[in-house]
Design a binder for this molecule. Structure first.
Ligand code: FYN
Ligand code: ADP
Length: 607
């Protein structure tokens, strides 16, 4: 128990706390908790809701909170810090939530986001829903108004039925009303976030809970250290055999690695499976680096070809959603005959969600991949040379074409020339974490910037969401202490740009590169009405995003050439100083919606 107080005179008892009008007053509670009251008489040691929350998290090896203080959780942030937790305070809850989600993905521990009631909670909710969509474990803990007032809709401060609102947007939602249930509440939240398919969990803590007191020993005994929160799920032997038989018979097999495979931290076995079978593989964007992108078996540079031509596809932690054209249609050359799919996933209901899956293998990726590996012996026949040869041919052609484009040094810079600099830096520092969002900035960076190590690339994920940039970057720096390179479209950066102050405040080794082409997609759109307003996609021309970083004491650089960009980026990574490089990009470069133009109704029609 990290903190205990003797408070015969404590102003809030459990009974008091349950009265509708009592509320923890920020300053008072922290003083009470940090300075035990003694009058010489023997006193019972007590603890309170604040400390039970902190102790329950610490007991479960959770040492960091991402959040934004305010009523009623300000004292919780102070006390958590006083008790040795790292508390990273943001300027907007959405970014704290995104940080928690990224921390969850990187560490396999639920990232914690702490917010105030109603508006703060709602700001955090986007991140919680996004985490759930992406299968990242996080817990959004929000203070809330008093149940009695909320339920009678009597107009409490920041009144909102938060639990009801959160429920459909996350994997599980809980509310704790009594201090003695905090241990159970946190345990249930951790288990829900981590077990099976990971996801976001909401934990509602009404204001009064924090000031409730109880006997310290009983409080300690009420806490739960969660044992085996993500139990291994061993696949059934017949499912493994079915999958191996199908794979063995394939003439043009393909392995597709998704971010579930990256999350699973089964890196060595995944690599062994790819290498021992000799099957070409395609990484989804956040699975890049599970094997180095330069690996001979990577088919990333022949993506369209392998998706069309493969006859048996082994999906490992990847869903057949929009990012994979739902496993059908032109992308998969459906007219040439259906593919056969083997799918490894922890969620049995994922199977057959879009197309028939011939061989589902249900279990955790580590166990499933190990089981498949068990069936690959020295007699395993590698895929036919016609298949691997045809892929190599297409790949080499694309790589050579790309090399020529990357070597060009146009003025002003275009996406390719700027990204070629970043590509070289990541090659030199493969341990750096890349955060990437935007439209063109995202799409070009994904294929140009090679990744070499697992879980080094964080991006817009399943929703293609904008605004994850600074939250993900902060989390990456905080939980790994590695240099972070955030490759940001100018529009995307705007969603979380104010967090540069957070980055400077904690002096994080983050270098942000804003691809500034004066607008959403590009900066050349015109207002057809002829009025004075600029077109909806156009920003202030020639903006200096670098000045934003300078305002808070970081390093700002305006880079108009690849050489300037290269110098600034190399210095930033080496010095670990917060840096923002305003990379001036040709405003005519870029296409509407990047490479997903087909999803944009207007441009799709024009095509
Ligand atoms: C890939 N490619 C390469 C390389 N890597 N060529 C040369 N060198 C290298 N290293 C080729 C690859 O073979 C493809 O060409 C093409 O580049 C693009 O590859 P990519 O990026 O892997 O795949 P693609 O087709 O762009 O899309 C797949 C996707 C991806 C849908 C999974 O686009 C994605 O993750 N999109 C997210 C988009 C998003 O969320 N946007 C945010 C909203 S923006 P071909 O083989 O010739 O096809 C709102 O406006
Ligand atoms: P991508 O976007 O990279 O294709 P997705 O988010 O669509 O990846 O898919 C990830 C899949 O991985 C989800 O279906 C999820 O259930 C699964 N998954 C996540 N973690 C594990 C794990 N440890 N073991 C097995 N499957 C997992």
């Amino acid at each position: 128990m990290s903190s205990v107080r003797t408070d015969k005179e404590a102003s809030t008892t459990l009974d008091d706390a349950l009265k509708p009008t009592s509320r923890a007053v920020d300053g008072d509670a922290v003083v009470r908790a940090l300075k035990p009251v003694t009058d010489g008489a023997p006193e019972a040691e007590t603890t309170d809701g604040f400390h039970l929350v902190i102790d329950a998290l610490k007991l479960n090896d959770i040492d960091t909170i991402f959040g934004l203080p305010g009523i009623p959780i300000t004292d919780l942030t102070r006390m958590a810090q006083a008790e040795g937790m790292r508390v990273i305070s943001f300027r907007h809850e959405q970014h704290a939530g995104n940080a928690a989600a990224a921390a969850g993905f990187l560490t396999q521990k639920p990232g914690i986001c702490l917010t105030v009631s109603a508006p703060g909670f709602l700001n955090g909710l986007t991140a919680l829903a996004n985490a759930t969509t992406n299968c990242f474990p996080m817990i959004l803990i929000s203070g809330s108004s008093e149940r009695e007032i909320v339920d009678l809709q009597q107009g409490d401060y920041e009144e909102m039925d938060q639990l009801a609102i959160a429920k459909p947007l996350c994997k599980a939602a809980f509310r704790v009303l009594h201090a003695q249930d905090i241990g159970v509440g946190i345990a249930r939240a951790i288990r829900s976030a981590l077990s099976g398919r990971p996801g976001g969990v909401y934990l509602d803590l009404p204001a009064k809970l924090f000031a409730q007191t109880m006997d310290a020993a009983k409080g300690k005994a009420s806490l739960i250290k969660v044992v085996d929160p993500a139990p291994r799920q061993i696949p059934a032997p017949d499912a493994v055999k079915r999958a191996l038989d199908l794979l063995k018979g394939a003439k043009k097999p393909l392995i597709l690695l998704g971010k579930g495979a990256a999350y699973a931290q089964a890196d060595a076995d995944i690599r062994a499976l790819v290498e021992k079978t000799g099957i070409p593989y395609l990484p989804m964007s956040m699975a890049k680096g599970l094997l180095p992108d330069t690996h001979a078996q990577s088919a990333a540079a022949a993506r369209s070809y392998v998706l069309q031509e493969a006859d048996v596809v082994l999906l490992i932690g990847a869903r057949l959603n929009w990012l994979l054209s739902h496993g059908k249609g032109k992308t998969w050359a459906e007219d040439k005959g259906a593919k056969q799919f083997i799918q490894i996933d922890i969620a049995p209901t994922e199977i057959d969600s879009n197309v028939a899956i011939a061989a589902p293998v249900i279990g955790d990726i580590g166990s499933c991949v190990a089981a498949l590996l068990g069936g690959i012996d020295a007699k395993w026949a590698k895929p036919p040379a016609e298949w691997t040869g045809a892929i190599a041919e297409r790949k080499d052609k694309n790589l050579s074409k790309m090399a020529v484009t990357l070597a060009a040094r146009p003025s002003p810079m275009n996406f390719h020339s700027a990204l070629s600099v970043i590509r070289d830096q990541v090659k030199a520092r493969p341990d750096a974490i890349v955060v990437n969002e935007g439209a063109n900035t995202l799409d070009f960076a994904r294929s140009i910037v090679d990744m070499y190590e697992p879980r080094k690339r964080l991006d817009v994920g399943t929703w293609g969401i904008m605004g994850i940039g600074m939250g993900f970057a902060v989390a990456a720096a905080v939980v790994t202490d590695k240099p972070v390179i955030a490759i940001e479209g100018d529009s995307a950066f705007g969603f979380s740009g104010m967090e540069v102050e957070t980055i400077c405040r904690y002096n994080l080794p983050i270098c942000i590169i804003v691809f500034n082409n004066n607008g959403v997609y590009r900066g050349t759109d015109v207002n057809a009405s002829g009025t004075a307003d600029v077109a909806p996609t156009v920003f202030v021309k020639n903006a200096r995003y670098d000045k934003l970083m300078e305002a808070f004491g970081g390093v700002g650089v305006n880079a108009t050439t690849a050489d300037e960009l290269q110098k600034a980026l190399t210095e930033a990574v080496a010095s670990r100083r917060p840096t923002l490089i305003n990379a001036v990009i040709d405003e005519t470069a870029g296409t509407e919606s990047g490479r997903i133009t087909s999803l944009n109704p207007a441009t799709a029609k024009k095509k």
